[in-house]
Ligand binder design. Structure first.
Ligand SMILES: [Zn+2]
Length: 242
């Protein structure tokens, strides 16, 4: 995995082997010692080695005792894999929820220790939180996480480099439904169903508040994925074969 990450980091964009390496100026910190935030990048499955025939459902901010369980129930009933970006500080006491995710074929990845924007942390705090969350996920599930989704998608170019140096792939999303604002089950369904395309990385939430609308919208979203003929996959997707 580290080799793959190193390869990706070493060959950004379409630069061929004969090109000079691109020198990116290191961003200057502001008066508070923070790096400037860049626009939230988009991640599609094809950015991660997946295909346009695949779709990834992802859930942030758990584990939460009620909503994560209800999301897992729907995923179980429909045989759908998904990826959970969890908060390390919420794992203790809910270890069995994480082992259930893995048992159901879901991936457990890093969101953060607490829900703090990485752009508002010191270098030391970011490193500590990435390591302790990844270590706890590995301890509980037996699988080392490979991806990190920064809270609110807030990063700088330097923070993206830091995440990769820890051995994690920064992952954002390509489609969401504002489900964290609880716009209503129908609004969540419509936003995802209408926006769904091959390669979509769909952002939903199983934590951070009442997620009953997200849970209620999930069967329709999964039906739409099936109806369109897409394969639901976890992150990072298995490399396309053939
Ligand atoms: Zn979040």
């Amino acid at each position: 995995m580290r080799d793959r990450l190193t390869d990706r980091a070493a060959s950004p964009g379409r630069a061929g082997p004969s090109r000079e390496p691109v020198q990116r100026p290191r961003p200057q910190r502001d008066g508070h010692g923070r790096y400037p935030t860049i626009d939230i990048p988009v991640t599609r499955l094809t950015d991660l080695g997946g295909t346009a025939g695949q779709v990834a459902l992802t859930f942030d901010d758990g584990p939460e005792p009620r909503w994560t369980t209800e999301v897992l129930d729907v995923l179980d009933q429909t045989g759908t894999p998904a990826t959970f970006f969890v908060l390390g500080s919420k794992i203790r006491g809910y270890e069995q929820t994480l082992t259930r995710m893995v048992r159901q074929g879901c991936a457990v990845e890093v969101h953060g220790w607490e829900h703090i924007r990485m752009t508002e942390q010191t270098d030391r705090e970011r490193l500590r939180d990435m390591h302790r969350t990844a270590d706890l996920i590995r301890e509980v599930t037996g699988h080392a996480p490979t991806c990190l989704r920064p809270p609110e998608g807030r990063v700088s170019a330097a923070i993206l480099d830091e995440i990769r140096l820890v051995g994690l792939t920064p992952v954002f999303w390509s489609l969401h439904a504002n489900d964290w604002t609880r716009p209503g089950t129908a609004a969540i369904e419509q936003a995802i169903v209408h926006g769904l395309t091959g390669g979509s990385v769909v952002l939903l939430h199983d934590g951070g508040g009442d997620r009953s609308q997200t849970v209620a919208a999930l069967p329709t979203i999964i039906n739409a994925i099936r109806y369109c003929g897409f394969d639901a996959v976890t992150l990072p997707p298995a490399p396309a074969s053939g």
